[in-house]
Write a protein that binds this ligand. Structure first.
Ligand SMILES: [Fe+2]
Ligand SMILES: [Fe+2]
Length: 187
């Protein structure tokens, strides 16, 4: 898959703001990929496509989720933030003929994470959370950790995310809780 082709494809569909975010995720993910010796081609494709469906209309996200990912999304249909990841996977498959499960899973789980993530999945997940324009408490600490211990960086990120979601009384996806427990047991 040609990376410049994909850049043009997402430039066409995303707002300038979201396109620039995707490019920063790409750059952050490639840096992490070099440190952790991941397949950089997979990292690049998943990074560019991770938010492909982010700006889809809410109704379209809900309808496509019901149609193609019912079992996985039925408890989260009111949460577009979670649905766009699944629909991104759908377009990666249908529009770009991507069949590699590591790329597809990196897109599908970039919002929630999950237990047993591969290194490509971990990198796309974390790059999305720490790209240079992200600004929230502890992001600097997570960035510093990302350079020395990928798992510990994700653990701190998900702890802070869960704290935030609790404070705001938002839904916490079961995959995020399972990822946290998994990482906690690794350390
Ligand atoms: Fe996203
Ligand atoms: Fe993103």
């Amino acid at each position: 898959m040609d990376i410049d082709f994909l850049k043009n494809e997402i430039k066409d569909i995303l707002s300038k703001k979201r396109y620039e975010h995707s490019i920063r995720v790409l750059e952050t993910a490639i840096s992490l990929g070099k440190i952790y010796k991941a397949d950089l081609n997979k990292v690049a494709i998943a990074s560019l496509l991770h938010d492909y469906a982010k700006e889809f209309k809410r109704d379209d996200l809900i309808n496509l989720s019901k149609e193609h990912f019912y079992d996985e999304t039925k408890d989260y249909l009111s949460n577009a933030e979670i649905l766009h990841s699944y629909i991104g996977t759908y377009f990666a498959k249908e529009k770009f003929n991507i069949t590699d499960s590591e790329i597809l899973n990196a897109i599908k789980y970039h919002t929630t994470g999950r237990r047993d993530m591969s290194v490509v999945e971990k990198i796309v997940y974390l790059a999305d959370a720490i790209e240079p324009k992200r600004d929230y408490p502890y992001v600097e600490k997570i960035r510093d950790l990302s350079l020395i211990n990928l798992d510990k960086a994700i653990l701190l990120e998900v702890n802070k995310k869960i704290e935030y979601l609790l404070k705001e009384n938002h839904v916490i996806h079961v995959n995020s809780v399972e990822m946290r427990n998994w990482l906690l047991n690794l350390s």
